[in-house]
Design a protein around this ligand. Structure first.
Ligand SMILES: [Cu+2]
Length: 461
């Protein structure tokens, strides 16, 4: 029996207790850079953790599938299917040796069942609809139970493929009974997902094979929340892919080692170094490194089309970088768009254009943007490429969605160059780190995904 369970039983009485505000790790961690390894809670930006209660020695989770609206960028809200308020759903965190019960409730308009990806589970809890269980119909519940004997980065998802593409997935972290060494100070989970959403529409087309919204933990750059790191921290990142495309995930400024897969920990002698690792569909890749290089480093999928937002296929179906359009037509559509946005009177259709008004579309931004363009640009084959997709006009820093402490101190204009599957790994020197952590704590956000870090860093700001 794990120490953790014994602790809970002592603290709350055998078989008694429902914990309303569960903490995964009840003990105070040793001071920074202590050599003794311990499990650090994983932070899943944007979505946070799945809460649980205790029933005797069993961790009980309530997993609810439902339909919701989710803002994925300052100018885009879409209809997703997710869990407990978000897509991806919140992250489960358990420890090897735990007994886990998941009470699944289906609030979708159609049947569903949940697969526990990578679990060496019993067949009746594997979630294959019509094979290992009857699909759970709307309004029904189904109870899954597991003895957690594995350790690593696992997932849960609807085993209905189109539901999965509508957002129904999440992480299931199994912490090892014996903590990994070397000890990691920070541990993050990042889901890489894609949606195809037509301009002027909010409903992802799950049948489509091309995607125009590429998100990390359900947010597209520049809305994805940066990972806040203290200079010198050893960091683990867990990349998870349950989508249609493969994602070569690239980190700037550091060399990492791949230390785990969707099958758990890799023995250290077999770790391999890199700065980009391909995360295939259905796979996880855990990477670790010492964040010894200060700066706001990009962390992004390296597929060029995964580094942009809907601009690439949007704008009235005309301005597209990958359609069979003449350069002149593309150019003129871009110019029209720019003009309309500057005038604040979009002539093309509603929502997408009005959404774009959240960007800095003033005359001055337009003039700034034009300064960057050569006078004879329109005579150059293949112009424009990025001229109207990045730059002052795309600045969104004044929008509410980007007003968060994790963005504090970024270089002005940063948001105009962050799109798609992109976020920052901010490796901050101690003084700046403490400043950002203090601002995050002051924000007092409900269900803050960073809560475990804010608690542990509590006395040090
Ligand atoms: Cu990608």
């Amino acid at each position: 029996m794990s120490n953790r369970r014994s602790f809970l039983q002592r603290a709350f009485g055998l078989g008694a207790g429902l914990m309303t505000a569960p903490r995964l790790f009840a003990t105070t961690p040793p001071p920074h850079h202590a050599t003794n390894a311990h499990n650090v809670p994983v932070v899943t930006t944007e979505v946070g953790d799945m809460p649980f209660t205790m029933d005797g020695g069993v961790k009980v989770f309530r997993l609810i599938a439902h339909v919701m609206k989710q803002q994925i960028a300052p100018n885009k809200i879409i209809d997703v299917w997710g869990f407990n308020g978000s897509a991806p759903g919140p992250t489960f965190q358990v420890t090897q040796g735990d007994r886990v019960r998941v009470i699944f409730e289906n609030q979708l308009p159609e049947p569903c069942s949940i697969h526990w990806h990578g679990f060496e589970d019993q067949i009746q809890f594997d979630g294959m609809p019509g094979i290992s269980q009857a699909p759970t119909r709307p309004g029904e519940t189904f109870v899954y139970e597991f003895d957690i004997h594995q350790a690593g980065t696992y997932f849960y998802h609807s085993h209905m493929a189109m539901q999965e593409m509508a957002g129904m997935l999440g992480a299931f972290i199994m912490h090892p009974r014996d903590p990994y060494t070397p000890h990691c100070d920070k541990d993050f989970a990042l889901h890489f997902q894609e949606y195809a959403v037509l301009a002027n529409n909010t409903v992802p087309n799950t049948m489509k094979m091309e995607f125009n919204w590429l998100v990390i933990n359900g947010k597209a750059g520049p809305a994805a929340t940066p990972l806040i790191i203290r200079l010198g921290d050893r960091v683990r990142l867990r990349f998870i892919n349950l989508g249609m495309d493969h994602h070569p995930v690239h980190l700037h400024g550091h060399t990492f080692h791949v230390t785990g897969t969707e099958g758990g920990r890799i023995q250290p002698s077999a770790w391999w170094p890199g700065n980009t690792t391909l995360v295939g569909v259905g796979q996880a890749r855990d990477v670790e490194f010492v964040a010894n290089n200060p700066g706001d480093w990009m962390l992004h999928c390296h597929m060029p089309h995964h580094m942009m937002n809907q601009m690439s296929t949007g704008v009235n179906g005309e301005a597209t970088t990958n359609g069979p359009l003449s350069q002149a037509k593309s150019m003129s559509a871009m110019r029209d768009m720019q003009q309309q946005m500057a005038e604040g009177q979009p002539k093309t259709s509603g929502e997408q254009m009005s959404g774009m008004m959240s960007m800095d579309m003033g005359e001055s931004a337009m003039r700034e943007q034009d300064k960057n363009i050569a006078p004879d640009a329109s005579n150059v084959p293949n112009f424009p490429q990025d001229a109207y997709m990045e730059g002052p006009m795309m600045n969104m820093e004044h929008t509410a969605m980007l007003d968060k402490p994790e963005n504090f101190g970024l270089r002005p204009g940063w948001s105009s160059s962050m799109q798609g599957m992109m976020t920052f790994l901010r490796v901050l020197p101690p003084a700046r780190y403490d400043e950002v952590i203090a601002k995050m704590r002051e924000a007092k956000r409900q269900n803050d995904p960073y809560a475990s870090i804010l608690r542990n860093e509590g006395g040090r700001a």
